[in-house]
Ligand binder design. Sequence first.
Ligand code: NAD
Length: 477
Amino acid sequence: MSDKRQFYINGQWVDPVKANDFEVINPSTEKACSVISLGGEADANAAIEAASSAFDSWSQTTKDQRLDLINKLLAIYQERASEMAEAISSEMGAPMALASTAQCGAGAAHIKNLARALKAYEFEKPLGGHAPDNRILHEPIGVCALITPWNWPMNQVVLKVVGALAAGCTMVLKPSEIAPLSSMLFAEMIDQAGFPAGVFNLVNGDGVGVGSQLTAHPLVDMVSFTGSTRAGIAISKNAADTVKRVSLELGGKGANIVFADADEKAVTRGVRHCFNNSGQSCNAPTRMLVERSIYDQAVQTAADVAAKTQVDLASVEGRHIGPVVSQLQFDKIQGLIQQGIDEGARLVAGGTGKPDGLETGYFVKPTVFADVNNQMAIAREEVFGPVLTIIPFDTEAEAIAIANDTPYGLTNYVQTQDSEKANRVARRLRSGMVQVNGSHMGGGAPFGGYKQSGNGREGGVWGLEDFLEVKAVTGWI
Ligand code: NAD
């Protein structure tokens, strides 16, 4: 069971300086599916030094050389997609159908988009003005620490790693200790593609050990982090002493504004989207704001959809939802559902406890609360489980005010068939993304948040530029 691959440093799989075994738990069975080692300060230092030594030569490669290697990586990723889907499914509990389509598929889509962006990107541009030689150079920022969560593991890892590779940066990846297996497989693919030693390094570990060493080390120029707002704040403080660039992709509490003129599938679509990936998505539309005239019908529809949502083991085929990732997460969700009941929200589907027949595994009942007030904990905190809150509103202005009344600002949603209203509302919502009449991610669009949802932008050309410095070369040359 113990994974022979430990850390990938300077082009080789190496053992930790000091063994510290950690079980990776399959959330459907509560049994270990692998044993990895959590690294410490010395392992992090070795990886950072390898990345630092490799930077000079890698940063001077041409974009065609980098593109060639990234295209090789894409081919390998596609060839080994089923292994990737299995790794994701067993480490974080996504049913195989979801793991192989959306979870694994997102990785391939991001590699393609970043390769396209790299191909078109001009790393040197004229500045204009009187001196024709004055120009702007876009240069790789340096050694990057990439720290990722467990909920969409390959989505986050690929956005960061391939963005940094395309820019000409070198890096150390620390995936979530809860879901490290897909990242270890991705490291194998990078090795297979033939990237030079030291360009990409991987060290497993937790936030306290490897995470804090990576974010404080003086040789690290940038931290790119996806995870909770709590950890993002700690990382920013830790990185401040050495003035690193810190790119943050944090939590969310998205509003889905359903106007009375929305199409007839809007509510059903919103509930399903909220429950997708067992509710474990930063951009999930967890607060459904419904115009009063259609409110009762919407609550009934949402309750019916939740009651019909199947929950089952990740290994079972089909479009059901799987478990949540861990006992800790399960307990947190149960606590928030109870708090919703205690605070007076009306439970119309689901509730505390496990679904019938699923006593083993971290399974949560698909849950819907109606008559929610935006000050309740279930409307303010990221539940990160299949729990929808429904809040009524009377006017457009009130809907916008409720949607914006949150410290988060990642994704909001608008459902209406009136395109003027959709545009007007989209402009007033304080979030990095607004999706109208559905949940289209807009292939190649930048992903990132306002307010406490972060400051980075990932994907496509924005995801490449996140890893670049801007240099002005001016004078009479
Ligand atoms: P988390 O913050 O607990 O952990 C994320 C990663 O950070 C892990 O690798 C962890 O080991 C590491 N870490 C934790 N504390 C650290 C510290 N002090 N220093 C350095 N590293 C540290 O988050 P999680 O539970 O793994 O993931 C869920 C969270 O991620 C949710 O809040 C979700 O909204 C957010 N998320 C955001 C996006 C986005 O793009 N905005 C995408 C996915 C997930």
